[in-house]
Design a protein around this ligand. Sequence first.
Ligand code: IPE
Ligand code: IPE
Ligand code: MG
Length: 247
Amino acid sequence: MEARKKQFPNPSIPQHVGIIMDGNGRWANFRKMPRTSGHLEGLKAAKRIIRAAVVRNISFLTLYAFSTENWKRSEQEVSFLMGLISTYIKKEYPFYREQNIRILHTGDRSGLPEKVTNVIDEAAAYTASHTGLTVCLAINYGGRNEIVRGMEKAFKLHAIADSAAGSDRHALENSFRNFLDNPDIPDPDLIIRTAGEKRLSNFLLWQSAYSELFFSDKLWPDWKAGDLDNALVDFRNRKRNYGGIDN
Ligand code: IPE
Ligand code: IPE
Ligand code: MG
């Protein structure tokens, strides 16, 4: 653990990493197995990477588990995924305790089965006082959906007055953040997508404005701690300008 800390001194460690965990289906297809077994392996990879993130002192990890578009898949795959997600979240209490992990959710609750929202709420309540890694599970998550829900919340509260819109757009930008799902979580410094696709697929659209992007060809079920290290080394060598100039 000490060696790891030396290898990745704190300032260059991303505070928040988001992962688009892609390639479960292909992993299974290559083995002539059903897609569902790819998801089971993907779950094991998620646990490996959560452990690795704890050891590497990452503060926030957002895992894209199910998008607002994933309902387009077969009924069988969708219900398998919902079952897997709820069983896993519930089963891992000793793991959260042992690793001091806090669980949060991002995404549209209204479209989720009650058994899923219930386990999410229970896990969030159970881990609320944990002070280590925050694992934010993106389930029924879509960036556009999150922004539109944010707009609805803001309008309901009349928080965005007509006059404010024209007068100080920068202030509005900052206050709008409060209507997103987890305003207290900093924007992701690094977004990783596995399995070769180079797109965001509706992940953290607002928050990814200045995220560094890392694409890996490796399928998600094959991901090991060393793959996270490769992404972290790459991140460490990025120069972030945020639109300014490095004098
Ligand atoms: C990602 O793997 C997991 C989810 C979207 C739930 P996929 O299921 O998209 O795997 P591929 O892209 O078909 O290989
Ligand atoms: C993105 O993967 C969603 C998750 C990883 C949960 P998809 O496999 O759904 O993305 P597309 O359809 O290839 O863009
Ligand atoms: Mg995919």
